[in-house]
Design a protein around this ligand. Structure first.
Ligand code: BES
Ligand code: MN
Ligand code: ZN
Length: 501
């Protein structure tokens, strides 16, 4: 899709359709809507006065423009933008996603959108662009029929009077971010048979090559010599070897030679059957997306490599299958992590924390001083927070606040759960240092308490995205399936850090 930001008035925009954000209960008798109504031969006021459109979030009204009017576009889409007081750059993304999806369904090929938010035009165009690109993603690549064949090939974001260079930069940034979010979503959607740990490493190699990141992929022999008994205990049951992907972005001119080294660490279980502690069959097919944390890291690194911030970033993705076999780790087995800690494996289905333990330790060995890990780690997080908020926990309150705030700016919600030291009692083992399951109570927290054992000495936060990584239903602004949660937040964190350095 070709994307452009333009400072022109909307009347003469040369696209087939024009989409406009309309606020809740906004009237067509004054201001912007009055002018739009006059230019469109009265269809706007008629739609609003007839009560068929109220401006609620996600609502749309598709209008044919009379010939001979003063608009060049042939179709007008009113898009509900909700309460005007809450409208912000994050909501502009949703507006753009809704507009793009809705107009594609009407076979529009070229569209212009008017976000109607005051503020930094570069930021607004970026959010609108990424929202449209994310909105147009579909998970039907393996369908041979009933596939979405309609394509929008041109998007114009209109911000009247804005600086042309700023609009251009915004459109470029938005494309990088939107494409990177969809890159992660596409991976999350891949069947386990296609996206093995080896294939995941190949995809990482491809982005490293395309966008100039350094890459190192540890095979199982190297994991052995690093002492990664925890990670290796998970891949034992599988014929597919585990891979530990390390990507590094190094800025040409760092803002600060002695600044922190941020590492993004993501769980890459390409299929989670539960292992010997086999999961029930219902919904097991969804466990192909258990590598979403790893995909999120690759997606964020892909964007960071192109946005070129002045701070270095490490991306770490431990990748493995979790399958039962005659070689598989058994409940009751004891494994030794890279740090030397011994772990009693109570349940082989609590495998995410086992691979992350060694990945976090290795990120520290590579010099990371600040670590954000992300994982589809616990079913318990869906019970606690549903599919609305992802959980954030950690040892550095400043980093946690930074994640929550950076998320809010891009429309991704994180809710902090407590991590008091009392919870660590639940993962004490009688026969080893710790065990990998903390019982039924506070499952998301005890999983984080387990990871905390490996994140000492650094600033650390953990995101549990098990409830938010997969959308069971489509939204007006997004298809159902993988959501891309956290990719935009991580990119924004790096962006914000580079501004403050
Ligand atoms: N990958 C799952 C968590 C999960 C569940 C993600 C549902 C997405 C949807 C994880 O490896 C797991 O199996 N966790 C167990 C832990 C338990 C054995 C302590 C769980 O949550 O049931
Ligand atoms: Mn599991
Ligand atoms: Zn898992």
């Amino acid at each position: 899709m070709n994307v452009e930001g333009r400072p022109d008035p909307y009347q003469k925009v040369d696209t087939y359709a024009l989409a406009v954000a309309v606020f809740k209960d906004e009237k067509a008798d004054s201001g912007f809507l009055k002018d739009l109504d006059a230019a469109s031969g009265g269809v706007v006021k008629s739609a609003i006065d007839s009560d068929e459109f109220k401006g609620k979030e996600g609502e749309t009204s598709y209008l044919h423009l009379p010939r001979g009017g003063s608009l060049t576009a042939q179709r007008l889409l009113l898009v509900g933008a909700g309460e005007k007081a809450d409208y912000n750059a994050a909501r502009v993304s949703e507006f753009a996603g809704t507009a793009a999806r809705s107009l594609r369904s009407k076979s529009a090929k070229s569209i212009a959108i008017i976000p109607r938010l005051e503020g930094d035009p570069e930021l607004i165009v970026a959010r609108a662009t990424e929202g449209a690109i994310i909105g147009l993603f579909e998970i039907d690549k393996y369908r041979t029929r009933d596939k979405e064949l309609k394509v929008i090939d041109r998007l114009v974001v209109l911000i009247e009077g804005a600086d042309k260079e700023a609009l251009k930069r915004g459109a470029q940034r938005g494309q990088i971010v939107g494409d990177s979010v969809n890159f992660a979503r596409d991976m999350a959607n891949e069947p386990g048979a296609y996206l093995t740990p080896t294939n995941m490493a190949e995809r990482a190699q491809a982005i490293a090559k395309e966008f100039n990141l350094t890459i190192d992929v540890l095979d199982e022999a190297r994991m052995h010599s690093e002492g990664m008994g925890s990670l290796l205990s998970v891949s034992r049951g599988s014929d597919e070897p585990a891979k530990l992907i390390i990507l590094k972005y190094t800025p040409a001119k760092p803002a600060n030679e002695n600044g922190p080294l941020l590492a993004l660490v993501g769980k890459g279980i390409t299929f989670d059957s539960g292992g010997i502690s086999l999961k029930p069959g219902e919904n097991m097919e969804l466990m192909k997306y258990d590598m979403t944390g790893g995909a999120t890291v690759l997606g964020a690194m892909r964007a960071i490599a192109q946005l070129k911030p002045p701070i270095p970033v490490l991306g770490v993705a431990p990748c493995s299958e979790n399958l039962p076999s005659g070689k598989a780790t058994k409940p009751g087995d004891i494994v030794t992590a890279m740090t030397g800690k011994t772990i009693e494996v109570i349940n082989t289905d609590a495998e995410g924390r086992l691979i992350l333990a060694d990945a976090i330790a290795y990120a520290k060995k590579l010099g990371a001083t600040k670590i954000i890990d992300m994982a589809t780690l616990t079913g318990a997080v869906s019970i606690a927070l549903g599919d609305v908020n992802a959980a954030v926990l950690g040892t550095d309150q400043e980093l946690i606040d930074e994640i929550i705030n950076a998320g809010r700016e891009v429309g991704e919600k994180f809710w902090q759960l407590p991590l008091d030291k009392e919870y660590s009692k639940q993962i004490k083992s009688d026969i080893a240092d710790i065990k990998n399951v903390g019982g039924r109570k506070a499952g998301t927290i005890t999983a984080a308490a387990f990871l905390k054992e490996f994140a000492d000495g650094v600033s650390w936060a953990h995101l549990d995205i098990a409830g938010t990584a997969w959308g069971d239903e489509a939204k007006p602004y997004r298809a159902k399936g993988p959501t891309g949660i956290a990719v935009r937040t991580l990119i924004n964190i790096v962006d914000r850090a580079s501004r403050s350095e």
